[in-house]
Unconditional design. Sequence first.
Length: 197
Amino acid sequence: MAVDVIEDQDGARIVRVLAPLTEADVLALRAGDRVRLNGVIWTARDAAHARLAALDEAGEEWPFPAEGAILYYAGPTPTRPGQVIGSAGPTTASRMDSLTEMTLRHGVKAVMGKGERGSEVRAALREHRAVALAAIGGLGAILARSITSSEVVAFGELGTEAIRRLEVSDFPAVVVHDAHGGDLYADARSHWRAASA
């Protein structure tokens, strides 16, 4: 199993995750888990998603192995000399809502951006046994420190929106929507209402 709980205090879990993911890995994750991603993840933003949709419609193969993949909604800034990658912060995840079910159908097991996802995406996560992760916006330069290699693998003409293969080491994120219907945002709103009553 590629999911390992490294700390569990007061109900808050820190979980080390090795990508690519299996279904069992995904089912072991819960909304609210703080994860440290390791292995290979793939960047894909709006323009790359549009290209993937065109390939899907044409019945053509995708340019990366989607089975078990983690898709990171990021478009890194240009790399400076001596760096592996530029700033690599997340973009707003809901911008990919209309195409998320397609990526899950291809075998993607985790999607990562910032912010919560729509009801259709949450239903698709349950159906396809996948999770939505959130990375912290505004920390792109810090997140880049967890990226140990970066390579453009498709759609290089899209510049920052090209698909990249990233190798990561303890890349920090949190599970916001799990495969069981768990919803960190809904839990936080309920907690806030109860505390305000």
